[in-house]
Design a protein around this ligand. Structure first.
Ligand SMILES: Nc1ncnc2c1ncn2[C@@H]1O[C@H](COP(=O)(O)OP(=O)(O)O)[C@@H](O)[C@H]1O
Ligand SMILES: [Mg+2]
Length: 406
């Protein structure tokens, strides 16, 4: 991308992003990404104030830290200083600002060298703040960049206020799976190829997490590691608090058998078994299964239970594969591009089945896709870029499968 350093040029681009998209949430998320990139910021956050709880909640963030479960008490930190006073803060080279004493974002362990923090100022109230942290090239933010942020924040605050976007600090979400500094190397032609370069991520109970990213960026590698189908090189993996970084075979067998389900792009059904028998086969092995016929009915295939895969359409085969993944009542289902081989209408049917499972079973679903439209169904969207988390977006209003269009 071309290096943008002109004040007007950056503002134009960010404003275009903010005003050009009808969906305000998408517009805010995209314009924050554009702003952070233009300023070479490592992390960008829009915090909104939950008035009732007296806490700041991250509405959008870009950059490799996971703030989705963070809410910040109003206190001595820079963010609450900015939100309460309406004054903005520019920190350079860790020089402390005398106006507040707290350490910044110590809660998530991000060391701040440089920072811009500006208020989201509506006409009569401050609704939160915009924050850009650390320069990727280790330089410092300039006064000009500070002004760009103030201008952007003013417009963002107006649009947020108009739409009435609200956040609620809520209870802390329960962490099901935690990744800390996970890396993955594969042997390559000349030495090793580092595919994952340090992933820190929490996956919450009951959430629908979508992982987006270009082909080859490491999505399948990441999900295979979490799903116990591949091993990590460095870092750690915790499943419900238990260390799973280098699991024993018995641990792994149990995990795969009872705890998680997998759905792939290719349906991987056994051709010599009927739809029902394909599901039965897994139900017999697992500990906590529901009746296979019930699973088949749930995916809308009761009348085709006795068909062999060859007699079913692609979408129907994928629905059998989904029934097979949830018949054992797993805590989490991993789905790697489950609709990549399907047309639009069939994809929506398959996504509706996932939606139904999530609503009725409190099952966590982690889905890989390269279709950004599908991401609109998610509670959270993680964009992987070149082996790292590029940004994380929280959808305040996830769409239903039937509302998606592509
Ligand atoms: N077993 C393997 N051995 C060597 N390289 C691999 C292996 N699996 C994946 N890779 C490489 O890792 C990178 C990421 O692959 P993958 O996770 O499948 O990407 P994505 O799912 O995002 O398309 C690719 O460059 C791929 O060639
Ligand atoms: Mg893949």
């Amino acid at each position: 991308m071309k290096d943008r350093n002109s004040y007007t040029e950056i503002l134009m681009e960010v404003f275009q992003e903010l005003l050009g998209e009808e969906d305000l949430e998408a517009a805010l998320a995209d314009s924050l990404s554009v702003l952070a990139r233009a300023l070479k910021g490592e992390v960008g956050i829009i915090w909104l104030l939950d008035q009732k709880a007296g806490k700041l909640v991250p509405l959008f963030q870009t950059g490799p830290v996971d703030l989705s479960n963070v809410s910040m008490e109003m206190g001595t930190n820079a963010e609450s200083y900015v939100t309460q006073s309406g004054e903005s803060v520019l920190v350079r080279d860790q020089t402390p600002d005398p106006r507040y004493t707290g350490t910044f974002l110590s809660e998530i362990g991000l060391t701040v060298k440089d920072m811009i923090c500006v208020p989201l100022n509506r006409i009569d109230e401050i609704i939160g703040c915009l924050q850009i942290v650390n320069k990727k090239d280790a330089s410092s933010f300039t006064e000009e960049e500070h002004r760009i942020c103030r201008n952007f924040a003013a417009l963002a605050a107006l649009t947020i206020g108009e739409k009435g976007l609200e956040v609620h600090a809520g209870r802390k979400k329960e962490v099901l799976i935690r990744l800390l500094g996970v890396t993955k190397e594969f042997p390559g032609g000349e030495g090793v190829i580092r595919v994952l370069k340090g992933i820190d991520l929490d996956i919450y109970k009951g959430e629908f997490l979508v992982i987006l990213g270009e082909s080859g960026c490491g999505k399948s590698t990441l999900v295979n590691i979490i799903g116990g189908m591949d091993s990590l090189t460095e870092g750690s993996l915790l499943i419900e608090g238990k260390d799973f970084s280098h699991p024993k075979d018995t641990q792994l067998t149990e995990y795969r058998r009872d705890y998680m389900g997998f759905v792939f792009q290719s349906y991987n059904l056994m051709p010599n078994l009927t739809a029902l028998e394909n599901v039965q086969f897994i139900a017999d092995i697992a500990r906590n299964s529901i009746p296979p016929a019930e699973a088949i009915a749930r995916v809308g295939l009761a009348d085709r239970a006795d068909y062999y895969p060859a007699a079913l359409s692609g979408g129907q085969q994928q629905r059998v594969a989904i029934a097979r993944s949830f018949v054992k009542q797993p805590h989490v289902i991993f789905a790697d591009e489950p609709t990549a081989a399907l047309d639009y209408q069939t994809s929506i049917e398959v996504l509706s089945v996932f939606e139904e499972i999530m609503q009725n079973h409190d099952t966590t679903v982690v889905m890989i896709t390269h279709n950004p439209e599908i991401a609109k169904m998610a509670n959270r969207v993680i964009r992987l870029q070149n082996g790292r988390i590029g940004d994380i977006k929280i959808n305040l209003h996830p769409l239903h499968a039937t509302e998606l269009v592509w």
